[in-house]
Design a protein around this ligand. Structure first.
Ligand code: FMN
Length: 186
């Protein structure tokens, strides 16, 4: 079985600075497969079985994307709606993902202190990601602590290089099973 599958989603990759650096770091990390959703499915016509086989062949899956309206770009939602089928991912006989780990790597324009009660985004990133965490739970998966880049549009080059380095280490911990989990698998 492969190890970590990074499902990467950015609808305007040509304008990306942060995710461009993160995805390059992921591609350099041993045991990590990068799958670019917008590159593969520019027309949103997702090949469900291909995606399921990719998941079956990896132990962990990371959704890497910019934070868009406190969630993911639209193709990730389409992917979830189509790929996580009843009787495959959940429900009667739906055990394909049981025991695997889901995680998220998010770049957010907002600073860290905005994501608190009293901050202008009011909720924590974990609270805002609740639909993903609960999706993992329903599919019998664990959900790892997210990798979050804050104030993503204000990073200078050395800070961005440092973030990319930390992302690679974070992926390595996920691969090696040492990353803290917000939700352990059942
Ligand atoms: C449509 C749209 C929605 C966004 N929504 C949020 C948001 O909800 N929270 C946030 O912190 N930043 C938000 N941003 C800022 C992006 O997260 C930020 O531009 C991105 O992380 C930069 O990464 P990149 O260089 O890879 O594009 C939004 C940006 C766009 C274009």
């Amino acid at each position: 079985m492969g190890q970590v599958l990074v499902i990467f989603a950015h609808p305007a990759f040509q304008r990306s600075r942060v995710n461009r650096a993160l995805v390059a770091a992921a591609r350099r990390t041993e045991g990590v497969t990068v799958h670019d959703l917008y590159e593969t499915y520019p027309d949103f016509l997702i090949d469900v079985r291909d995606e399921q086989v990719l998941l079956e062949n990896h132990h962990s899956v990371v959704f890497q994307h910019p934070f868009f309206w406190y969630s993911s770009p639209a193709l990730v939602k389409e992917w979830l709606d189509l790929v996580l089928q009843y009787r495959w991912a959940y429900g009667e006989g739906g055990t394909a993902l049981r025991g695997k780990i889901m995680a998220q790597a998010i770049s957010a324009g907002g600073p860290e202190d905005a994501y608190h009660r009293g901050g202008y985004n009011h909720f924590s990133v974990r609270e805002l990601l609740a639909p993903f965490e609960q999706t993992a739970r329903l599919c019998g998966m664990g959900y790892a602590e997210a990798f979050t880049v804050h104030a993503s549009n204000q990073l200078d080059d050395p800070s961005l290089a440092d973030v990319a380095h930390r992302y690679s280490a974070w992926l390595g911990s996920l691969r090696d099973g040492t990353l803290p989990l917000w939700l352990p698998p059942p």
